[in-house]
Design a protein around this ligand. Structure first.
Ligand SMILES: [Zn+2]
Ligand SMILES: [Zn+2]
Length: 345
């Protein structure tokens, strides 16, 4: 089968590799229908130390169950499923508290293999996969895009809003205008925020967020951006949703909050020196981590998408064939597209 592989920094190619097979009793083999490139894949893509054959980090897909291990009771061959990046067991304390992205039993996500391929092996599959009614041919391309966001970016944007405890009437600031930031805007609106400010300098991304429920955009960054937000809100924000993963984004989030405010962070951290206690003087609540993709999808996100209440699929501004995977990465890396979708034959 064909699979995307990292070639070197800034280059992804396609190789013919062995089709994955069942290795453990709770494995499922999935034929990929749609996959995509994640903002977090770009960290690997740009890494100057990357060598040919480095494990590809693709981890979002929708597809058809092809084969199931003997312990699988929840899905059967032919089922159409969301394949999240997380691997919750559904039974441990973390999963039952709604934190299946950090399941106590299955430590680690992105297990089993690259999703930017014709087939993938999904380890710990029994509870984590989310069944979609019907078959792919029952849905429009727009709906398939929204279903694909349920593998990662929509639950991740929602997670930021949930851990920051966004509530009805809150003033919320979203840092990051990529796919996760766009989904965080949708989530803040779902939870009843009265004002939603997106920090963004790109006109197309500003426009998309305004259509999804953002009330204002602020293009300024740093101290200037913080001052602008405070001017608009007449003070600090109740919640800041950090959807980037850089220290500058964290500073921005902390800077727009009033003392006692809440920060939810879902950008994979690419900083090391932020110590517990650094927010002591501000009394800021800080929470974040991997999203609870399966929990949110099963509880409400899948229904919200199918009912047309939310349309997160708009973040896929371009589509590519698997053969053109390098273009899919490049377009995102150069910010020519918000998120690249991979359409399988
Ligand atoms: Zn991702
Ligand atoms: Zn668990």
């Amino acid at each position: 089968m064909k699979s995307a592989v990292y070639k070197k920094a800034g280059q992804v190619g396609i190789e013919e590799v062995k089709r994955p097979s069942i290795q453990e009793a709770d494995d499922v083999i999935i034929r990929v229908v749609r996959a995509c490139v994640c903002g977090s894949d770009l960290w690997s893509y740009q890494n100057p130390d990357i060598k040919a054959g480095h494990k590809n980090s693709g981890h979002e897909a929708i597809g058809i169950v092809e084969e199931t291990g003997e312990a699988i009771t929840t899905v059967k061959p032919g089922d159409f499923v969301i394949v999240p990046f997380t691997h919750g067991c559904g039974e441990c304390d973390a999963c039952r508290a709604g934190f299946d992205g950090s399941c106590d039993n299955h430590i680690g996500n992105n297990l089993g293999g690259n999703f930017q391929a014709e087939y993938l092996r999904f380890h710990y599959a029994n509870w984590a996969l989310v069944k979609i009614p019907g078959q792919p041919s029952d849905y429009t391309e727009g709906m398939l895009k929204s279903l694909l966001t349920l593998a990662d970016v929509m639950p991740t944007g929602y997670h930021a809003a949930r851990v920051a405890n966004v509530q009805k009437g809150d003033k919320v600031v979203v840092i990051g205008d990529g796919a996760v930031g766009q989904c965080a805007v949708i989530a803040a609106k779902m939870r009843g925020a009265s004002q939603i400010i997106l920090m963004s300098r790109h006109e197309d991304r500003q426009q998309m967020a305004l259509e999804s429920g953002a009330t204002t955009v602020v293009a300024e960054r740093g101290e200037e951006g913080i001052a602008k937000v405070r001017e608009i809100l007449g003070g600090g924000a109740d919640a800041a949703l950090e959807c980037v993963g850089t220290e500058a984004a964290v500073e921005q989030a902390l800077g727009v909050l009033y003392n006692g405010g809440r920060m939810g962070f879902v950008g994979v951290p690419h900083y090391k020196n932020r110590a517990l206690g650094s927010t002591f003087m501000q009394n800021i609540s800080v929470a974040g981590g991997a999203a609870s993709a399966t929990t949110y999808d099963k509880q409400f996100l899948l229904k919200d998408v199918l009912d047309g209440d939310i349309n997160p699929g708009r973040v896929f501004t371009t589509s590519y064939k698997l053969e053109d995977i390098d273009q899919a990465y490049k377009a995102m890396d150069e910010r020519k597209t918000i998120k690249s979708m991979i359409v399988m034959d």
